[in-house]
Design a protein around this ligand. Structure first.
Ligand code: LLP
Length: 422
């Protein structure tokens, strides 16, 4: 059963009416389906029947501790990108032995924190970072497990801001220098080199970039072996794309004229990677974020006003770019639907927020069902990079977050108050 669906013209999350949630908890409001998160997590394993990939959920997609606990119960590991995310991962209950630390600019205090907590490994992205990890580990009298992130120069063909695997990007160590970097790491005191890491981008909708990356990584493992460097795991990063259009259906919604953005199933990404990487003898790790949570979340918002001028019709809602930055930053598309359908009449509108910037929009020139003042809307597929990227810009309070499981409703983050702004 779909976790977000219309019943009698009313949108539900699992067994709970979203309109009732909006009335009870106010808007803007993030709502997540617990069982959708679980299903998405499990579907990653379906690409590898009988075999397994080691999943380290990327906290940057959604780090609400209530969600982290669901993934811990599923047996997930964690990919953290800062000391703050590491503290959230520990608070969520992830075993340190299942945590990896990624990122191009780790600070000394963050490295020390990770080493003291005995996380599984840190992925270094430069020789200077390797040196620093070695120095801190030595001072602490411990051996630090490290992996090296390689930049494979593979085009993920995603939005330029979230494509990370090309030579002009800041990420990783370039392929021409990676063997040397491994040798350097092996020569440093207090380091144990355990893995090879990469991440080519996010919202990737094709299998081919993964095929090319996996082939490159497999050949790199071979080359490393020839230089007597043996690693035990290869981490391919995250990036598996998800569908953003037509995620919820109703005959009244009509079909928007959208380019073909269909995404392979999560299991297809895994099924592409495993056969190429497994013969290397290394275990295969992944760091999915979006594919686990994006379509498990919605942002509910209320129509404050509707107005039109000679050029455009505007639907002014109470959620803005501070609550959901994706449309502004990446021109990202999110389906926007009414919580109650009472007309099939369509109109073309800009859905805009209250923030004092022209870039504050959730949709532009969007054909959608006609709305009126006080209507409630759902911005779909906002479980990933939604709340985590929100801010207090314009003195706006960040929304509450709610988790739904069957007919149970739990507040997993309180709405901010004016006190939080001080
Ligand atoms: N691993 C690393 C090292 C990463 O940098 C990322 C995402 C992931 C894993 C998880 O990727 P995912 O499976 O979620 O695609 N704010 C942007 C997305 C930024 C992605 C940053 N890195 C957006 O809203 O689309």
């Amino acid at each position: 059963m779909e976790h977000f669906r219309y019943e009698n013209n009313e949108l539900y999350c699992e067994e709970v009416s979203l309109a009732e949630l909006a009335e009870e908890f106010g808007t803007p409001l993030y709502v997540y389906s617990k069982n959708r998160i679980i299903d998405s997590y499990r579907s990653l394993q379906e690409g590898s029947p009988g075999k397994s990939v080691n999943i380290c959920y990327a906290l940057k997609a959604n780090a609400n501790v209530g969600i982290l606990k669901v993934l811990v119960a599923e047996g997930s590991g964690a990919d953290v990108a800062s000391g703050g995310e590491l503290s959230l991962a520990l608070r969520g209950g992830f075993s340190p032995s299942k945590i990896v630390f990624t990122g191009v600019g780790k600070r000394e205090d963050e490295i020390a924190f990770a080493l003291k907590e005995k996380i599984y490994c840190l992925y270094a992205e430069s020789l200077q970072e390797l040196q620093l990890i070695s120095r801190i580990a030595h001072a602490l009298g411990i051996t630090a497990r490290v992996g090296l992130r390689v930049n494979p120069h593979v085009d993920a063909e995603s939005h330029p801001y979230i494509t990370t695997g090309l030579n002009h990007h800041k990420f990783g160590i370039e392929s021409g220098k990676i063997i040397e970097a491994f040798q350097y790491a092996a020569s440093l005191p207090s380091l144990e080199v355990v893995g090879l890491h990469t991440h080519i981008g996010s919202q990737i909708l094709k299998l081919e970039p993964y095929r090319a990356t996996a082939r490159y990584l497999a050949s790199l493992v071979e080359q490393l072996r020839e230089t007597q460097i043996r690693i035990s795991h290869v981490d391919v990063g995250g990036g598996f794309g998800v569908p953003y259009d037509h995620v919820v259906h109703h005959e009244g919604l009509g079909r928007e004229d959208r380019p073909n953005n269909s995404a392979p199933a999560a299991s297809e990404f895994i099924a592409t990677l495993l056969p190429i990487l497994e013969p290397s003898g290394c275990t295969v790790w992944i760091e999915p974020g979006r594919s686990i949570v994006a379509n498990a979340g919605v942002l509910l918002t209320r129509v404050l006003y509707t107005k039109e001028n000679r050029k455009k019709k505007f639907v002014v809602v109470d959620a803005g770019m501070n609550d959901l930055i994706r449309p502004t930053l990446y021109d990202a598309y999110h389906q926007i639907v009414p919580l109650k359908i009472d007309t099939y009449e369509q109109e073309i509108v800009d859905v805009v927020g209250p923030v004092c910037e022209t870039g504050d929009f959730l949709a532009r020139d969007r054909s959608m069902l006609k709305t009126k003042q006080n209507d409630l809307l759902a911005v779909m597929s906002t479980g990933a990079y939604g709340f985590v990227s929100s801010s207090n810009y314009n003195g706006r309070l960040r929304p509450a977050e709610i988790m739904v499981s069957h007919d149970k409703v739990r507040v997993i983050r309180q709405r901010e108050t004016f006190e939080d702004l001080i």
